[in-house]
Design a protein around this ligand. Structure first.
Ligand SMILES: NC(=O)c1ccc[n+]([C@@H]2O[C@H](COP(=O)([O-])OP(=O)(O)OC[C@H]3O[C@@H](n4cnc5c(N)ncnc54)[C@H](O)[C@@H]3O)[C@@H](O)[C@H]2O)c1
Length: 391
């Protein structure tokens, strides 16, 4: 029997993401036999006693605490995985890094750019390995798109279209969860789902030099939340309401460092699209399109085979990571499988004692663009992207 060093993990926040990461840690040994470590669940923290109970009873954490400081103070923890609301990322991530723990933080790593800057500075000073939850990078068809672009199959990239259209705030009866509040989420979609779109563009096309953009809040009031609910829960007409404090929509035009042009749109209150994290990449010799709603497919057009038009490429075990989950062609994988790949890769970086990508340096890449976008919304002019921390 192979004996592997253990990587001991504490998870903070046991909602959607905390549970998804925990399931990933449990699945890594069954899916990645080549791993050089074994993940071990050590401690869970959540503000809700019921969620701690669920984590202990059903997921196998031996300990839980209502106070996240107990995770930081625990000497038997190597990695802290932060899945609490955005504005809590800073105190937790800074304390974890200062305690010498490796830190995985869900995107966007802080609710406003200044927080991301402070988190990245603290983790760089501490010399710990960092990771960020830009999980769409890991989809096999997105990895294949990256390979095609890097191999020059699309020629020189001329323009890029990125969007993240989500329905989660489309119903005006959707509750005023933490995501709609400045003090808990920070900014709206520019902090939340737009970060995924721009991160994918950074990975596929490279840095962004200048931007012009604008935001808007379409649904200014929502029913007040109920304890223990999720951000998919609904209120009833006549329920007491409160004000939405951040933007529902952000749209932007950009110029990449390469000279390529791009457009981005994100909305959380759109009717029709359900979880459309999507991109189109156009080059001088071809183009490709990907959409999370059909994440096991890539649309590919190559001018060398123009008569065929766009071709649908189905994900299968000949593409990166896919065969870890299912063998053969066109047997689909799902959303949480991307989290497993993400956690496998992050823990592999921890085990190898190397910096990880995407880590907090890549979180800075995004918030530097976000900072320019927010300035542009205010000035109504093009703004230059200045990197908010040294590389
Ligand atoms: N990568 C992705 O695709 C993705 C998807 C969803 C959310 N996220 C990110 O993950 C993070 C969490 O989002 P979620 O959807 O899981 O939210 P959620 O509301 O489902 O869960 C948040 C959890 O944090 C807990 N919490 C609140 N205050 C706490 C405290 N002081 N100490 C410990 N726990 C506390 C809440 O009780 C809740 O269980 C956010 O930063 C969000 O942006 C990323």
């Amino acid at each position: 029997m192979t004996s592997r060093p253990r990587i001991r993990i504490g998870v903070i926040g046991f909602g959607w993401m905390g549970q998804a990461h925990t399931r990933s840690y449990l699945r890594i040994p069954t899916l990645f036999p080549e791993r050089s470590y074994d993940p071990e669940l050590v401690m869970i923290s959540d503000a809700s006693a019921e969620r701690i109970e669920q984590a202990v009873e059903s997921f196998g954490f031996p300990h839980g605490s209502l106070d996240w400081n107990d995770v930081i103070a625990n000497d038997d923890i190597d990695v802290v995985c932060i899945c609490a609301p955005n504005m809590l990322h800073e105190p937790i991530a800074v304390a974890a890094a200062e305690a010498g723990k490796h830190v995985f933080c869900e995107k966007p790593v802080g609710g406003v750019p200044a927080q991301t800057v402070r988190i990245e500075a603290a983790s760089r000073a501490a010399g710990v390995t960092t990771g960020v939850g830009y999980n769409y990078r890991w989809a096999p068809m997105v990895q294949y798109a990256k390979q095609l672009i890097e191999a020059g199959e699309l020629g020189e990239i001329t323009n890029y279209r990125g969007r993240f259209f989500s329905m989660y705030g489309a119903d005006p009866m959707g509750l005023l969860s933490w995501r709609f509040m400045l003090g808990e989420a920070g900014h709206g979609v520019s902090t939340d789902i737009l970060s995924h779109s721009v991160d994918l563009a950074h990975m596929l096309v490279g840095g962004i030099e200048r931007v012009v953009g604008t935001g808007h809040t379409f649904i200014p009031e929502r029913p007040l939340p109920k304890p223990g609910g999720t951000h998919y829960d609904r209120g009833e007409p006549g329920d007491p309401t409160g004000a939405v404090e951040n933007e529902d929509y952000f749209g932007a035009m950009v110029v990449f460092d390469s000279g390529a042009r791009g457009v981005f749109e994100s909305s959380r209150s759109i009717v029709g699209p359900e979880s459309q994290c999507a991109f189109e990449v156009y080059g001088t010799k071809g183009s490709l399109k990907w959409n999370l709603e059909t994440m096991n497919e890539l649309q590919l057009f190559l001018s060398s085979d123009a008569a065929r038009g766009y071709t649908t490429v189905y994900a299968g075990d000949r593409y990166p990571y896919h065969g870890h989950f299912v063998p053969g062609d066109a047997n689909a994988i799902g959303y949480e499988d991307l989290k497993v790949i993400e956690d496998f890769e992050f823990l592999s970086s921890v085990a190898a004692d190397r910096q990880h990508q995407p880590g907090f340096a890549e979180a800075i890449d995004y918030v530097s663009v976000q900072d320019a976008l927010l300035r542009s919304w205010e000035s109504e002019k093009w703004e230059t992207v200045s990197r908010l921390a040294p590389r």
